[in-house]
Design a protein around this ligand. Structure first.
Ligand code: CTP
Ligand code: MG
Length: 254
């Protein structure tokens, strides 16, 4: 089904401490994180996993950063033969997704596909190596009529809850077999995700409480389906992740 990708790249990368937003960080092969992420979308298109309509990239509000990322996007668009549109983001990730949704609605246009359904993939511009198989698994699940799909991998650590007055006190241990670490791209029926984000916006929780988009769908009462993610779908958050990314590039693994 016809699919628009919403790539969020408006974060500051405070945990990576690279001095620039994560999407602008250059990996050891000389390409920025944003280029790698755009490349993986087009690789999925070329592998037949995604019927790609267009890509909306949400960029930081700072005009210098926005201009640099816009230049990367337009250069990529010309090379890959795909429409890429940038839009300024917001304070929290969910604010950036909401800002991007209006651009996606325009890009989707009246080409809603059969029964007006248009697939949306929300993707972090901080996951440079997502293989086409993950895109394919997400889109295939959407094609069965599911409104929300997340790729996920098993959790290797034991996860405990902490709380009480001192946050160093354990309050419980979650059953590891029931836990999954969720990645992106997350797939949605566009109209359903727009409605779910509106509901969250009107509610008390606020954008800060949303750490992914499936949470908005869960809050709206949608069934969210899990498909196989991939270890290469890891997110670059800290310097250690960046070291791993560069080692993967050097070894030819990615
Ligand atoms: N993001 C965004 N707008 C925000 C916050 C995050 O578009 N206001 C995007 C980031 O650019 C990233 C993705 O959401 O691609 C996942 O967020 P995260 O890994 O937390 O990135 P940052 O927020 O940039 O990093 P940090 O939390 O360390 O500051
Ligand atoms: Mg963040």
């Amino acid at each position: 089904m016809l699919t628009t990708v919403l790539m969020v790249a408006a974060g500051s990368g405070s945990r990576l401490q690279a001095g620039v937003p994560k999407a602008m960080v250059t990996l050891s092969d000389g390409h920025t994180m944003l280029e790698h992420c755009l490349d993986s979308v087009v690789a999925a298109r070329d592998a037949g996993a995604v019927e790609l309509n267009a890509i909306a990239v949400v960029v930081p509000g700072d005009p210098d950063y926005a201009a640099s990322l816009e230049a990367i996007c337009q250069d990529f668009a010309a090379r890959a033969g795909v429409t890429v549109q940038t839009v300024p983001g917001g304070t929290e990730r969910a604010d950036s997704v909401r800002a991007g949704l209006s651009a996606v609605r325009e890009l989707a246009g009246s080409a809603g596909g059969p029964f007006g359904r248009h697939a949306l993939l929300v993707h972090d511009a901080a996951r440079p190596f997502v293989p086409p198989t993950v895109f394919s698994a997400v889109v295939t699940a959407l094609e069965t009529g599911t409104a929300a799909v997340v790729p996920a991998v098993e959790v290797v650590d034991t996860i405990k809850t902490v709380g009480g007055e001192a946050s160093d006190e354990v309050t419980g241990t979650l059953q590891r077999t029931q836990l999954r670490a969720v990645q992106t791209p997350q797939g949605f029926d566009l109209t359903s995700l727009e409605a779910a984000h509106r509901l969250v916006e009107e509610g008390a929780g606020g954008a800060a409480a949303l750490t992914d988009d499936a949470m908005a769908m869960e809050a709206a009462g949608h069934r969210v389906v899990v498909v196989a993610g991939d270890p290469l779908g890891f997110k670059i958050t800290t310097q250690l992740d960046l070291t791993l990314a560069n080692a993967l590039l050097a070894s030819g693994t990615s």
